[in-house]
Design a binder for this molecule. Structure first.
Ligand code: 3H9
Length: 686
């Protein structure tokens, strides 16, 4: 970390250089306070420009320090020192001024920014609230309503919008350093503006806080930080500066130590680590500048849209001209939807669509860098596709299958140059869902694997490496979720009770509602394949529902009944009767919500631990990312593995032992017992 001070005439330039993102470590905080003292004492200096080296302005407090006791100088004091400086400080912003970075900028007398910069207070996304005056100074600068939006939502705004809000004084065109120096010279002789801390608090309209509270609560669901942030802004608008600062700091410190903040921090670092697995360090990825998708169904069209959104030209291959047309129409429907929802302008949608070429001739792929197959889940069909691809594509093209259950090794068996092949498992809808399971085979070359991680970054997806097994990481755990949900039905719980318990835990939907939405036929198809492999999947009730053609919402009934045109699930007498028959000779018991959640989640953790012990997943945090980004596991719970560790693995083992004794779950695996004895899953991450 370095903070350097240069003097150019009467302007001092303080440059912060603390890679990678100029986070406010203790050393940086100290250096900033020292810079204020030094420049206050220098009579030749009339104004100060605070600028950052590297890719961004100060991106916030150093999140890695959050688990430790705070060390002085504390950030509120640093901001107060800058605000109290005798010379005007000008924050010169490029990249992102986030969290503590924006709070430092709010301590400055002025803020200027390049147009590509963004500014925000994302603390709620980390389960905390701003802790250095963000909730107190911001409403004084831009008003209560705008402050509430910015702080409780946590999303940054661009420089232009920030200028409109009064958060940025000037947007600089061209070179930031030169532009901010010129700005500083312009204000150097003026008297200091009134510090934000001593400006009047804005008055809110009658009923403002009540309606804000309703809106924030509805959006935050079970996350605690957004409402606490709102309370802190309200305090700032209703009391004096010092009292509001004390309230903010107290709330910040309390939340910093909360379970939700620990979980969200865990996810924050897991997400940032995901695109750069250490085992691929130093490997140069193959270049991917063009792509093709085989199959224009829902999945293929979604993948094509995802690739286009990342700027790659795409060729969509289908069997014949009619299928090509249908495939292109599927992609177009995605873009039409984006325009309708206001996510894209018509012009951008047209431009994206124009970059998708359709065809039924594999010869179009002779020079394509990446081909992703998304045809029907049938081994013979997929093998035939790759036989053709291996003949027509360049030997260094990356060839990928989007299979979700088949063995990628079997799909690629016999192709020429198998080192270019791997599995890329997208989740539906592929242009929306963040997760990408990357599944190398035994022969996949490291630079092909690296190319897939680079691709994920380009697609703004979260990549997780998965080993080959039935369902890879996510769907293998999903099978356990569903089996446990059925076990509960046979021992006294109802579909509604199970779904309600999982929603209460924080999932957006329970397992039965989710199956009704997605369709029961897909899982039935997979169970059939499993039985053909000699396995005995457990789904006695689901099998009977499928035999009655109750495939879910699309057939007007599944685990629930549905009235035509109404997606609201109604408990079904047919289903209740089937459950009663299947449960006839099993012991029945009452289930509380917490017990239901345990009976589903802890067996999922048990399976996930096997996945880790077998090296199908390399890190416990990867499994958390899979469940959060592919299956709606609540982010603020940190994922199933973090949840289990935070709860205590010894307790997880004890509950599983009890469930196993009642025949309601499998016993804890040897790996889980080992992790519990060692105090964490890192014991299994060799
Ligand atoms: C806060 O400020 C609280 C205050 O109100 C109160 C204080 C009292 N700390 O994302 P990238 C690392 S809360 C530590 O890939 P990009 C990251 O782990 C904070 N490390 O880069 C990664 O490390 P590695 C509010 C951080 O260019 C590397 O930087 N601020 C932090 O795609 C590159 O990250 C935020 O929440 C941090 N704050 O995106 C900002 N931030 O190379 C969070 C990043 O070892 N950060 N790292 O894997 C971001 O949104 C993005 O990192 C940013 C750059 C947009 C800045």
């Amino acid at each position: 970390m370095t903070v350097t001070i240069a003097r150019e005439g009467s302007i001092a330039v303080v440059t912060v250089d603390n890679p990678p993102v100029n986070a406010l470590s203790q050393a940086l905080r100290q250096a900033l306070v020292e810079a204020v003292v030094e420049l206050d004492a220098d009579a030749t200096v009339k104004a100060v420009v605070l600028i950052c080296a590297g890719r961004t302005f100060i991106a916030g407090a150093d999140v890695s320090e959050f688990g430790k006791p705070p060390r002085p100088p504390h950030l509120p004091d640093v901001v107060a020192a800058i605000e109290g400086a005798k010379k005007p400080w000008v924050a010169a912003i490029h990249g992102s001024a986030l969290g503590g970075g924006l709070e430092v900028a709010l301590g400055c007398a002025y803020r200027v920014a390049v147009s590509s910069a963004s500014l925000g207070l994302p603390e709620v996304k980390l389960g905390i609230i701003p802790g250095a005056g963000g909730t107190v100074r911001l409403p004084r600068l831009i008003g209560a309503a705008a402050a509430v939006d910015l702080v409780t939502g946590g999303s940054p705004v661009g420089a232009k919008r920030a200028e409109g809000l009064g958060l940025v004084d000037v947007v600089i065109d061209g070179d930031l350093r030169a532009g901010s120096m010129a700005f500083a010279e312009g204000i150097a002789e003026k008297s200091l503006p009134q510090p934000i801390s001593s400006r009047a608090v804005p008055a809110a309209e009658a009923g403002f806080w009540e309606s804000a509270e309703k809106a924030v609560a509805a959006k935050a669901k079970r996350e605690i930080a957004p409402l606490r942030a709102l309370a802190s802004i309200r305090k700032a608008c209703e009391t004096d500066f010092a009292e509001a600062m004390a309230f903010e700091r107290e709330t910040f410190l309390a939340l910093r130590g909360s379970e939700q903040a620990a979980a969200l921090r865990h996810v924050f670092f897991a997400e940032r680590a995901a695109p750069r697995p250490p085992e691929l360090a130093g490997i140069t990825p193959r270049d991917i500048r063009s792509a093709a998708v085989i199959g224009g169904g829902t999945m293929g069209a979604g993948i094509a849209a995802a690739l286009r959104d990342a700027g790659l030209p795409v060729v969509l291959i289908e069997r014949d001209a009619t299928a090509v047309e249908r495939g292109l129409a599927n992609v177009k429907a995605i873009y039409d939807g984006s325009v309708k929802r206001g996510r894209l302008t018509q012009a951008v949608a047209d431009q994206r669509m124009a970059g998708v070429a359709g065809g039924d001739d594999y010869g179009l792929l002779a020079d394509t860098d990446l081909v992703i197959e998304a045809v029907f889940e049938d081994l013979a069909v997929k093998r035939a596709v790759f036989e053709t691809l291996s003949a027509v594509c360049r030997v260094d093209a990356v060839l990928a299958t989007n299979t979700s259950y088949l063995d990628p090794g079997a799909i690629s068996d016999g192709i020429a140059h198998p080192e270019r092949f791997l599995g890329l498992h997208f989740f539906s809808p592929a242009h929306v869902m963040k997760l990408l399971e990357i599944v190398p085979t035994e022969t996949t070359a490291p630079e092909v694997l690296a190319a897939s991680f680079a691709l994920a970054r380009q697609l703004a997806k979260i990549p997780v490496r998965a080993g080959i097994c039935d369902g890879f990481i996510g769907n293998r755990i999903l099978k356990v979720t569903r089996a446990q949900a059925e076990r509960l039905l046979l021992s006294g719980a109802t579909p509604s009770a199970v779904d309600a318990a999982m929603r209460a835990f924080g999932l957006p939907m329970g397992p039965f509602e989710a199956q009704d939405l997605g369709g029961l036929d897909i899982a039935a198809f997979q169970r059939k394949a499993a039985r053909e492999r000699g396995e005995t999947p457990f789904a006695p009730v689901a099998e009977r529902l499928c035999a009655l053609q109750r495939f879910g919402q699309k057939t007007g009934g599944g685990w629930y009944d549905y009235q035509p045109g109404d997606r609201a699930p109604k408990p079904s007498e047919t289903v209740a009767a089937i459950i009663a028959e299947e449960a006839a000779d099993r012991p029945q018991r009452a289930w509380s919500e917490a017990e239901i959640a345990d009976a589903i989640l802890l067996p999922m953790v048990n399976e996930a631990t096997r996945i880790l012990a077998e090296r199908v997943a390399l890190r416990a945090a990867d499994i958390d990312l899979v469940k959060i980004h592919g299956y709606g596991f609540p982010r603020w719970r940190g994922g199933p593995m973090h949840y289990a560790e935070a709860r205590g693995l010894a307790d997880v083992v004890a509950v599983l032992d009890r469930l196993a004794a009642e025949g309601l779950a499998e016993a804890p695996s040897e790996g889980l017992r080992r992790a519990a004895a060692a105090g964490g899953f890192s014991a299994l991450e060799r």
